[in-house]
Ligand binder design. Structure first.
Ligand SMILES: [Zn+2]
Length: 129
């Protein structure tokens, strides 16, 4: 009798394991709603939250991403954002140059680097806050 009960419980345990393996594993979640550790999105506040929300929309309000590359020609000048009507620009004219050519650019037409001739255009930029 005892052997039959032991055999029956062993059979049930084995079938339960097989069923458990066939069922899809529950998705791992760590959100606060399920009682887990809060994600970065759930616990961010203030400026960090503003930045995370803008990054999701593809915006870069604080210029944290690598700037877009321009060809530097008259038709596709390097864009220089500024909160005023002028800004000083440093141009590394050739890739392996050790010296930087500094010059002022002003709002209006695109201006050329005095050394290499690359075009730079000042564009007005409002601070996000
Ligand atoms: Zn240059």
């Amino acid at each position: 009798m005892a052997a039959r009960l032991l055999l029956r419980s062993t059979f049930r345990a084995a079938t339960a394991c097989r069923v458990a393996r066939a069922a899809p594993a529950p998705a791992l979640t760590r959100s606060m709603a399920t009682g887990g550790i809060p994600t970065d999105e759930e616990q961010a506040t203030g400026l960090e939250r503003i930045i995370m929300e803008n990054m999701k929309e593809g915006k870069d309000p604080y210029n944290m991403m690598k700037p877009k590359a321009y060809s530097g020609t008259k038709d596709d000048p390097n864009i220089v954002p500024s909160i005023t009507n002028k800004r000083i620009v440093g141009c590394v004219c050739e890739e392996d140059n050790t010296a930087v050519v500094w010059f002022w650019i002003h709002e209006g037409e695109a201006q050329r680097c005095p050394s290499c001739g690359s075009y730079y255009k000042l564009v007005h930029y409002d601070l996000p806050h």
